[in-house]
Design a protein around this ligand. Structure first.
Ligand code: ZN
Length: 440
């Protein structure tokens, strides 16, 4: 722990961030009662809205137009007076979202964030929001039992080739600072797989960070070779982590899985603790509201360079009705449903979530029988689906089971074309998408 503090402090000094102070604070606030957390959020929200009124033209206009009294805020419910913020609104009013005092905000950085639907948004962050987000991540590492001396294998990235000297140096420093070894999860050559195996066996790795789909592929491969490991924890991000993934990771890597959720614009939002009852929302950082009980609206309490108030990021999540058994009282997300474009449209107007196809393949035993690695369902019109699958060849009986089941759920006129693939490419964002609905 001491090592972690020192290292975090060192990085703070080098990068102009303030992770350590936030981390110390969040170490305490994680045990706040619901009332205490509301107070804490209210304090941050008041400050943020004052900043918005004084410096951000878009919000100054909204606050005036709607007669919102920002000097007399008594509850976070004030947010309901604000409009939902969409990517389109930001794109159409881009200049009005630039704070007038931008030159006085510490550590402003501009980068791009790509949506899964290819909607590029310019992203602006400041030193405070980055520090706060990192601090919640450090706390998540505590929940996973990761300390400063824990060696981590990072199986991420690689979908975008980065070969410049600057990128290499950056990665080199990142790996040293974070006690991490980085390998490419997408290189499926025998040489790379052996390298991953050797690192897991010989380098004292006790935690893996990666995407669930590529880790699942690796686990299958190691299982076939009767290789297993003794790793403590696996953390996954960006892609859905299903129960079948968790079971396989336990079996092959020996590891407990910890899911996390965030989005490009806001950063970290929720993390799973070691009681595995759902994902704890980092309520010190964000206020979540739910449109129609399922669509996330996010208010980022820390980002002054680009304020997001009631931002609709097109993700959906289900709130747990129960509290976590760990004693933390924060809002708990029982499931992240993913994007609205992760649904297939049915002829009766129903939307079918991608998880349906996942369960169809696993519950019928087809996934195990045909050694399924990956699938993707593509919809171009209401009655036609392309079912891409990486597996041993599906037999007629498998296809009949799949199609008959789909007819019951999607409509009896559905036509399914099966395509056996060697691999299924990731989306431009680098994420694997189990469903692509081109009709939305
Ligand atoms: Zn918990």
């Amino acid at each position: 722990m001491i090592m972690l503090f020192n290292r975090t402090k060192l990085v703070d000094i080098l990068s102009g961030k303030n992770v350590n102070d936030y981390y110390m604070e969040y170490d305490k606030t994680q045990w706040y009662s619901k009332g205490e957390m509301k107070e804490y959020q209210l304090m941050k929200l008041k400050k943020l809205l004052k900043h918005c009124y004084n410096n951000v033209p878009y919000y100054n206009r909204i606050i005036k137009e709607r007669g919102i009294d920002i000097n007399n805020i008594t509850s976070t419910n004030i947010l309901e007076k604000f409009p939902v913020l969409t990517k389109e609104i930001i794109q159409n009013n881009y200049k009005d979202f630039i704070p007038k005092n931008i030159n006085h905000i510490k550590g402003v950085k501009i980068s791009q964030t790509g949506g899964t639907t290819g909607n590029i948004l310019l992203k602006r962050t400041d030193a405070n929001v980055r520090s706060s987000a990192w601090a919640t991540y450090k706390r998540f590492q505590d929940w996973m039992g990761i300390s400063g001396s824990t060696k981590i294998l990072r199986l991420m990235g690689g979908h975008v080739a980065k070969h410049s000297l600057k990128d290499n140096i950056k990665e080199y420093i990142f790996n040293i600072v974070n006690n991490t070894i980085s390998l490419n999860p997408y290189d499926k050559s025998d040489k790379n797989i052996k390298r991953i195996q050797s690192v897991l066996e010989n380098k004292g790795i006790s935690s893996i960070k990666g995407y669930s789909q590529s880790l699942f592929f690796l686990a299958r491969l190691f299982e076939d070779r009767s290789v297993s490991f003794n790793i403590d924890s696996i953390t996954t991000t960006a892609e859905p982590l299903m129960d079948e993934h968790r079971m396989k990771f336990k079996k092959v890597f020996g590891a407990e899985s910890f899911d996390q959720y965030g989005c490009g614009e806001i950063g970290s939002i929720a993390y799973e603790c070691n009681h595995h009852k759902g994902l704890h929302v980092a309520e010190e950082r964000v206020i979540l509201e739910f449109k129609d009980n399922i669509d996330l609206l996010i208010t980022d309490l820390d980002n002054y360079a680009m304020p997001y108030i009631r931002y609709w990021n097109a993700d959906q999540a289900i709130v747990s009705k129960e509290e976590c058994t760990c004693g933390r009282k924060t809002l708990l997300l029982s499931r992240i449903m993913g994007r609205t474009c992760d649904y297939i449209s049915c002829s009766d107007g129903k939307q079918l979530h991608w998880a349906y196809f996942w369960h169809l393949l696993f519950d019928t035993g087809i996934a195990a029988k045909r050694n399924m690695v990956k699938f993707q369902v593509l919809q171009n019109n209401i009655n036609e689906l392309n079912f891409r699958i990486v597996s041993n060849p599906l037999q007629k009986e498998d296809k009949d089971i799949i199609v008959n089941n789909m007819k019951m759920f999607i409509g009896k006129d559905i036509k399914v074309t099966f395509i056996q693939e060697k691999d299924i490419e990731n989306a431009k964002s680098g994420k694997y998408r189990p469903v692509i609905n081109n009709m939305i």
